[in-house]
Each structure stands twice: as C-alpha cells, then as structure tokens.
Design a protein around this ligand. Sequence first.
Ligand code: 5AD
Ligand code: SF4
Length: 451
Amino acid sequence: MKKVYIETYGCQMNVNDTEVIFSILADAGYARTEVMEEADLVMANTCSIRDNAEQRIWGRIEVFHQLRKARPDVLVGIVGCMAERLKDKLLDTHKVDLVVGPDAYRSLPRLLEAVHPGSPQIDVLLSRSETYADITPVRTDRNGISAFISIMRGCNNVCSYCVVPYTRGAERSRDASTIVREACDVYARGYKEVTLLGQNVDSYLWKSATETVNFAGLLSRVAAIAPDLRVRFATSHPKDISDEVIAVMASTHNICKHIHLPVQSGSSRMLALMRRKYDREWYLERVSAIRRAMPDCGITTDVIAGFCSETLEDHAATLSLMEEVGFDWAFMFAYSDRPGTLANRTMQDDVPAEEKNRRLNEIIALQNRKSLERYRAQIGRTLEVLVEGPSKRDPAMLCGRASNNMMCVFPALLPEGASSVMPDPDRASRRPGTYTMVRVLDCTSATLICE
Ligand code: 5AD
Ligand code: SF4
C-alpha cells in the first residue's frame, strides 16, 4: 500500500479538508503516514490568507524537493488555497506534480493514476455545489475527544482585504442531515465535542423539498444528539449573528458559551472600506445582546492593523473598542495586501510596514492586558471542564476547556496504579473525555490554574 504524508497550513477548515483528503485517498489505496521520509506522496494543504503564510510554504516545497533527490519516484502535491492562485508558478518554477484546489479533492485518485514524475496533473476548478457531504473524514486529532465538522464551504462576503472568496469560491451549505449524521457518528465513537465550521456560520441555510434549516436550527439539532456532547462553532459574522442564534445558545446547556466574532477594526470608516457591512455601533450592540443573554459568554475576535489609509484616529478607535469590549482573546494581524482582492485593485496599501507593526504591537499589548483581566475575573469561580488529557507543560496536570473556551489546567491527582495504595474515588471522573468541576485558583493571560 502506498503512503501519503500531508502538512496542513491555515485554518481549522483546512485541517478538516486534510481529513477529507485522507478519506478520499484511503479509497484510492493510500495509507496515511506522519513520517515524511517514508511517504510516496508528499503534500501541503496550503493557505493564502497573508503573504507570510505563502512564504512559509515555498520553503516547505524546497524541503519536499530535497526528499525527491534521494527518491525520484516521490510525488509532490500542493492542494488548498494556493492552488488556483499560484498554479503556474507551482508547475513551472517549482515543478510540483499535483496542483489541486479546495473543491477538486474528489479528482485526486484520477489525477494520481495519470501523474508521474515529469507529467504534472492539475484540477483547480471551483464548484457551486461541492460540500463533500457524503465523505467521512479520517480524524487526525490526537485526543479522540474533539472533532471538527465543516457545515459549509466558500464565502459570499467580499471583504475587501480577503482572498478567501477567490481561493474557495462561492458559499454553499451542506445538507443538514449529513452534518447531524456525522456528529452522531463521532459521538458514537467516543467524541464529546464537535465544532461546526464555516467562514460565516450565521448564513448557513439548507433547503430541501421538505424543510429549511438555518444555523439556529442546525445548532439545536446537533445539540439534541446527546446532552453530554458539547457543541461549538466558528466563525460568526457580526453582520449576521442573529438574536435567534443567541437565544438558542443561551437556552441550550451543551452549546458552549463562546463566540468568535471578528471585528477587524473599531473605526466605522475602516469597516466601510473593508466592506464588512456593519459599523462600530452595530458591533457593540451585538456584543451587548450576547452579554445580556449570556453574561459569562466568552467573546474572542480578529483584528487587522494598518489597513489601507488607516489613520492614527482609526487606530485609536480600534484600541478603544478593544478596551470597551474586553475580549478574552484575539488573533491580531498586520494588514497584508493580497493580489486580486478589492483592496489590492482599488486602494493604496499606504501604511508603512514599520508603522503597521508599531500599531499591531500596541494592539497586542492592550489585548494581553485585557486577557489577563478577563482570566483574573474567573478566579474563585467553579467551572465545568471537558477533560482533554495531560497538560503539555506539566504531565502531572490535566487540561481541558471550560464552556467559554478558556483553557484550564488542574492536578491529575494520583498516577495510574497508585490507586491501589491510596484509593482515589474521583479518578474515573477525571479521565480524558469526561466532565469535571474545577475551581479557579490563579491564572496567566491564556490559562486558568485550577483545583
Ligand atoms: N491581511 C491581514 N489579515 C487578514 N485576515 C484576512 N485577510 C487578511 C489580510 N489580507 C485576517 C482577518 C480574518 C482572519 C482569518 O485573518 O482578521 O478574520
Ligand atoms: Fe483557511 Fe483562509 Fe487560509 Fe484558505 S486562506 S486556508 S480559507 S485561512
């Protein structure tokens, strides 16, 4: 049996796509390996979101080619978001064997039959309907507790800075019944958490002859599978997150109280240029609505520093919004001009790199302070945690997330085997995949230290 090795870059959705690819390749006779040197097919599932993401991948392609020097029969494939955008450079300059876009993974077996060194194969067609609904992903998570399920593909928002609509095509929702079936299946296999993934989950809409399911409806259905199956989702869009979704979250115990709500900027002028279709006031109102319904809901965000024509005043508006909201956590980026986007075609990337980084550093410093504040506010509270496994830093500790998505670490108590010496009646309740109550004693800006 041939072996395939895949490196995944970019978002969770890409991680899930890699699982779909493993499933398609398994049917074509390829077994998965985590050791690059033993693979017959070496692939990178790529990301185009910022220039530095792409730069990293060019470096990896060189490493793949080194491998091929020793073993000329090894095939090199580039799949995912860079495929369509950079197909010519990938084939002509970088001599890869396979270039396959995010909607064309079903053609991999066919392309692999035709490919051999010196005769590359390509399929980067985007689709209006492909959702891989019937494919059962080969799970690549290590803990067997938390699974990701794609509920839609592509994106119809044309945020002016963003390359995703071009790399992943138009938005389409996946058949609700296949999503529920996949969630049932992972639950039956022992998973205790599913995260529903989409570029903009709030615009999920599935219509069949007999029913129409929106995102709130989908959430309810997945949460109804079992009371001890946690449901998470990402990403929400501030323009679309509805009162109905907020109400379903608030009234359903096993839907986790965490919303990733990218704001991008606190300046309404910037938001208009970014084509986000909301302004600062709208965003703040949505945050208020979430907190009215769920006072303890974790809210996290994405922020871009130094978008086209951003002034110091606009930047100050981002800082003041972050101060006002108090996000638990944020992903923060310097604006990166992406070829083909609206901003690239019609605006000037005129904030100098140094100034972008200065603003970004201010944003990061403020967020670190806010994160610490938000985490400190949990001290003394009792939280329900889904145990994931040993903590990375200290194997004597276990880790797991609270509903609000904060990472908790807490003592694993007695090591395995010691229970015969000193019985630990609670040990079973602290196995990975079980729920346990912890009390927060202390924290850093990213971890709650608990008992
Ligand atoms: N430059 C910088 N950050 C970007 N993002 C998307 N496009 C760009 C870009 N061109 C960020 C946004 C988005 C996150 C996934 O990546 O904050 O929410
Ligand atoms: Fe994911 Fe966007 Fe990167 Fe594509 S470009 S892998 S959609 S983050």
